[in-house]
Design a protein around this ligand. Structure first.
Ligand SMILES: Cc1cc2nc3c(=O)[nH]c(=O)nc-3n(C[C@H](O)[C@H](O)[C@H](O)COP(=O)(O)O)c2cc1C
Length: 179
């Protein structure tokens, strides 16, 4: 198993499909704890003349606790046979489970950033800015904010605290070589 490093400008997959249909595992490490969380609310593009990803992380996530203390994180993408893993990491918290162990994932590091060798792609991301959305910055429609924020987090992704936007430079994309 080996990976090739590709540059963001060489990346030719549909990012809308990747984010909305494949989903990511967002994984950061702090104090030896590696915790993957399923993420489907994200964007990719250019800011400050750099290739960036923005991940929206609710404050109650254990991932926020870990990633807020780390300089980097990875976003990994898996083939369909790992769907159950993404389901588990999207419904169970690292506060209650060692998700890496439960899912049988194999941790590797690119520099200091953890990713999983079962992944077909790994985006290695360095945090540039973390900023929390605020109710007063949403324009006009309070039905919109009351749908998506406040109360319990529900299965459709609504409810819960205002997201922290993790804006991070995509330093490398690791693409698994054909075996
Ligand atoms: C398909 C899917 C996508 C999700 N996307 C996000 C997301 O973008 N941001 C977020 O904060 N939570 C998202 N979640 C919820 C978290 O993955 C879930 O609450 C997880 O258990 C948090 O784990 P943690 O406490 O270990 O961080 C998603 C869940 C699923 C199933």
């Amino acid at each position: 198993m080996s990976y090739s490093v590709i540059k963001p400008e060489e990346f030719d997959e549909n990012v809308f499909h990747l984010i909305d249909k494949d989903w990511f595992l967002m994984t950061a490490e702090h104090d030896g704890v590696v915790n993957p969380m399923t993420v489907a609310w994200a964007t990719m593009g250019i800011l400050w003349q750099r290739p960036v990803v923005i991940c929206a992380v609710r404050p109650e996530r254990y991932t926020h606790e870990i990633a807020s203390q780390a300089d980097t994180f990875s976003l990994t993408v898996f083939d369909k046979q790992y769907r159950k893993v993404l389901g588990f990491c999207g419904t169970k918290s690292g506060r209650d489970y060692d998700k890496v162990k439960e899912c049988g994932l194999t941790v590797a590091h690119e520099d200091d950033t953890p990713y999983f060798t079962e992944a077909r792609l790994a985006f290695i991301c360095r945090k540039l800015c973390v900023s929390q959305l605020r109710e007063e910055d949403f324009l006009g429609n309070s039905e919109f904010t009351s749908k998506w924020y406040g109360g319990e987090n529900r299965a459709d992704g609504s409810g819960g605290g205002y997201h922290h936007l993790y804006i991070a430079e995509i330093e490398k994309i690791l693409k698994k070589d054909d075996e």
